[in-house]
Design a protein around this ligand. Structure first.
Ligand code: YSA
Length: 341
């Protein structure tokens, strides 16, 4: 403190330092910059705060006014500091909100929604058609006994008809006793064993054969089986049921026919074909009157009960309905292909 120090000089210096401090805090662009500058502007070591020490050196009568002026200068800097802090915080919050803003005016495209595979769609439609005709849906195991798949259906061991079915055997029990069912016909046996007639059932499901995959064959495919057992059922009822199904499933322009064939578990047996509106025929599946020895082995009296059965490939039906050229396309799981259906 020099002898010439006067209150007015101290107050002028305080104002100058306050002006510098306000300029410095105004120049801070971020909250971090401002808070880092605080010790130099308002801290104990700040030049403006340091002036306090010099008030005591003034003439006693000048001290109160000088002290007041200094306090006002400090209060002014502190107020401007808080105001700038609020301003910078608000600006930073605005920037953050802007960065995180969800623009609801530009919704992203609807996320893709899954759908049933075309085979499941076909199977459900078949079930609907048969349920509307008064049938119920039955199920059986995919891992079957040789007896249900062949024996009970009149295919004795070594019977040449077994060769039609390239069977996949399962390593369980005595060799050759367990297999992956080659058709849905064993469900006929299970239904007749566990339920009493009248029976009107369909049994859709997966089947397995050692077939090489090509445009019309897969080692895993689907069939639907139909079985009716009641009193007085005739071949005419079979033909009527096939025709009713054909019109219900394919539409009014379609019709059906039966052609003599052979299956060990039906007598007589018939292939059935569907005629398209353009006059062409398509072979759909096998059918026939349930063989009396099959009824008998399932515990039903063939003198009292008679019935018919039929079975066809669901995958081939889907090919026909949706104009699919190659069955293998159904298994590639290429969504661009599958979402057409
Ligand atoms: C016959 C008479 C009845 O009273 C009842 C059912 C039957 C059908 C018999 N159980 C059966 O499996 N006959 S079949 O060997 O000719 O197969 C029927 C249908 O299954 C075929 O017409 C075909 O559409 C389908 N199929 C067979 N092997 C297939 C296949 N589909 C795709 N891939 C394969 N590997």
């Amino acid at each position: 403190m020099t002898a010439e120090e006067t209150a007015s000089a101290l107050v002028a210096e305080a104002r100058g330092l306050a002006t510098d401090a306000v300029a410095a805090l105004t120049a801070a662009d971020t909250v971090a910059e401002l808070t880092a500058a605080r010790p130099d502007l308002l801290g104990k070591g700040a030049p403006l705060t340091g002036l306090r020490r010099r008030v005591g050196s003034l003439a006693p009568e000048d001290r109160p006014a000088a002290g007041r002026a200094l306090s006002e200068a400090l209060a002014e800097v502190a107020a401007r500091y808080e105001a700038r802090l609020d301003e910078l915080r608000a600006a930073e919050r605005r920037r953050q909100l802007e960065a995180e803003r969800l623009d609801l005016t530009e919704l992203p495209e609807r996320p893709p929604v899954g759908r049933l595979h075309v085979i499941s769609q076909t199977q459900r439609r078949l079930e609907d058609v048969f349920c509307a005709m008064g049938y119920t849906v039955a199920e059986g195991p995919e891992i079957e006994t040789e007896w249900h798949n062949f024996g009970a259906l009149n295919f004795p061991p070594g019977h040449p008809a077994r060769d039609m079915y390239d069977t996949l055997y399962v390593d369980h029990g005595p060799p050759g006793s367990t297999l992956l069912r080659t058709h849905t016909s064993p469900v006929q046996v299970r239904v007749m064993q566990r339920q009493s007639p009248p029976l009107y059932v369909v049994a859709p499901g997966r089947c397995y054969r050692q077939d090489t995959a090509d445009a019309t064959h897969m080692p895993v495919f689907h069939q639907i089986e139909g079985l009716v057992v009641d009193e007085g059922i005739t071949l005419g009822d079979l033909a009527g049921a096939i025709e009713t199904f054909t019109t219900a499933y394919f539409g009014p322009g379609f019709t059906s026919r039966l052609r003599p064939s052979y299956f060990p578990f039906t007598e007589p047996s018939a292939e059935f074909d569907v005629q398209r509106p353009d006059g062409t025929w398509l072979e759909l599946g096998g059918s026939g009157m349930v063989h009396p020895s099959v009824l008998e082995v399932c515990g039903l009296d063939p003198e009292r009960w008679s019935g018919f059965a039929f079975g066809f490939g669901i995958d081939r039906l889907a090919m026909l309905r949706y104009s699919i050229d190659d069955l293998r396309d159904l298994w590639t799981n290429d969504s661009r292909f599958l979402e057409q259906f």
